[in-house]
Design a protein around this ligand. Structure first.
Ligand SMILES: [Zn+2]
Length: 125
C-alpha cells in the first residue's frame, strides 16, 4: 500500500502545516500564507450548472480538516459536498435528495414549456 500524499501549506498562526492530501482535492494553487490553519480546506473540481451565462448551481467536494464546526452542513473535518447557492455542505443522503428535487423541478419546467407552447399556438421554437 502506498503512502498517502501530503501537502505543506503556510499558515499565519501555525507556520507551515503538513497534512494528508486527498486524491479528489483539486490542489491549493490559490492558497494564501495569511490563511489561518482552521480555514484550510480541500476542494474538488466544481460541478457547475450554467445557463445563459449564469451560474445557477455549483457543487464541489470539500473538507476542512482543522475546522471545529460541529454543524456538518456548515462544513468540517468530514468530507461533504458544498452546494451554492444553498450555502450548505451536504452528506450523500442530502445530495441524493437535492438531485431528486432537481429532477422534479425539471419535470415542472417541461410542463411549463408545454403550456407555453400551447399558448403560443404550437410555436415552441
Ligand atoms: Zn487539498
Amino acid at each position: 500500500m502506498s503512502e498517502q500524499p501530503t501537502i505543506t501549506l503556510a499558515t499565519e498562526d501555525h507556520g507551515p502545516v503538513t497534512l494528508p492530501e486527498p486524491s479528489w482535492c483539486a490542489g491549493h494553487a490559490d492558497h494564501r500564507p495569511d490563511t489561518a490553519r482552521v480555514d484550510i480546506a480541500h476542494c474538488g473540481p466544481a460541478v457547475d450548472c450554467t445557463f445563459l451565462g449564469i451560474e445557477v448551481f455549483t457543487a464541489e467536494l470539500v473538507q476542512s480538516p482543522y475546522s471545529a464546526s460541529t454543524i456538518p452542513e456548515l462544513g468540517g473535518p468530514t468530507p461533504g459536498v458544498s452546494v451554492w447557492p444553498l450555502g450548505r455542505t451536504l452528506n450523500p443522503v442530502q445530495l441524493y435528495g437535492l438531485a431528486a428535487a432537481l429532477d422534479s423541478y425539471a419535470d415542472q419546467l417541461r410542463t411549463l414549456a408545454d403550456q407555453l407552447t400551447t399558448i403560443l399556438g404550437g410555436e415552441g421554437q
